[in-house]
Design a protein around this ligand. Structure first.
Ligand code: 0GY
Length: 321
């Protein structure tokens, strides 16, 4: 991979990485899976570089830098055409690094920002111009302090007229408490990483069934079937490139892809914040896709049609889509 404005593994700007931080893997293998033309990596981040885009004072972790140029090099290496870049919590509600990456993508990236309750219409218009199409509400306690739901409802009222959607990140055990609030959100909703199921439990059991019910009852809800490396207990046993990594996550993701083929997205989650166990080879992560989207038709919807409809407003029949 090319090194542009940062050195891999470094955190610039006088920040110290969180102890034990795992750096993203520099040198991913070329995927064996043949990506359909026009595919979108619909969940990834940029971190800093800290010297240019300082990390937020309220952050819960300090990562190594992961620049836009490094992300775009990975995009090309893996065979993706476009990215959806999600504001990471280490940047709080300062979306400068995200906006910079969007502007430098030349239309090949869209963004999901973090907004505070007092965000102005002018600020939202600027974000829209840069390519932002959604805001993220994070309910994962180790990542953020909880924001009251009335503040979130105010933000939704401001972004809805722009045609934006809300990305929500929560853990499965918190869905019962949040279910009614989520069901009241009027815009499209994208749930990160299938609502983080506990994959040691039964994919046909009550916990995952509640998540499936949430999608069945609300046809404005989409989900990313991403992050097997974060959810897996069995781990990445694909050392020879065979398609058998993260097998314990497969029944969960496959069920969602097959029941909701028009409301699923997939992303690498590069540069993989807060992993404790291993850092995935993103090439092997791509090779996981055909385990969960088992036909070319399902793969095309997951990787091309769905993200381009949601983030670029393209329909599958659009010329050049
Ligand atoms: C992810 C997951 C995580 C972190 C963030 O914004 C973030 O800091 O999203 C996590 O630690 O689980 O989707 O990137």
């Amino acid at each position: 991979m090319a090194h542009d404005d940062t050195t891999h593994g470094e955190t610039t700007g006088g920040f110290d990485k969180t102890p034990g931080w795992l750096d993203w893997y520099d040198g991913p293998s070329a995927p064996r899976f043949r990506m359909p033309d026009g595919a979108v990596d619909a969940h990834c981040h940029v971190f800093g570089p800290g010297a240019e885009f300082p990390y937020a004072p309220e952050r819960k972790y300090t990562p190594c830098d992961a620049s836009a140029d490094q992300l775009f090099a990975l995009r090309d290496r893996l065979g993706f055409d476009r990215n959806v870049i999600v504001q990471a919590t280490c940047h709080g509600a300062d979306n400068s690094a995200l906006v910079d990456a969007l502007l430098r993508s030349e239309g090949r990236a869209r963004g999901v920002a973090t907004a505070r309750r007092d965000v102005s219409d002018e600020q939202l218009a600027e974000l829209h111009e840069a390519g932002v199409r959604g805001v993220r509400f994070n309910f994962v306690k180790r990542l953020v302090d909880r924001v009251p739901t009335d503040a979130l409802e105010d933000i939704v009222a401001k972004i809805a007229p722009l045609g934006w959607h809300v990305v929500i990140y929560f853990e499965a055990e918190d869905l019962p408490e949040l279910y009614n609030f989520f069901s009241r959100i009027p815009t499209d909703i994208v749930v990160d990483h299938m609502g983080r199921p506990d994959v040691s439990k039964d994919p046909d059991g009550p916990e995952f069934e509640l998540f499936l019910r949430f999608l069945r009852e609300n046809d404005n809800v989409w989900t990313k079937v991403s992050c097997p490396e974060r959810l897996s207990i069995s781990g990445p046993r694909a050392l020879d490139g065979e398609q058998h990594a993260y097998t314990d996550v497969v029944p969960f993701a496959r069920r969602v892809v097959e029941e909701f083929p028009d409301r699923v997205l997939w992303g690498t989650d590069w540069p993989h914040p807060n992993l404790k166990d291993h850092m995935p080879d993103d090439g092997l992560l791509v090779d996981y896709i055909p385990q969960i989207a088992t036909t070319p038709e399902l793969q095309r919807r997951l990787l091309v049609d769905n993200p381009r409809r949601l983030y670029w407003g393209e329909s599958a029949s659009d010329e050049g889509a």
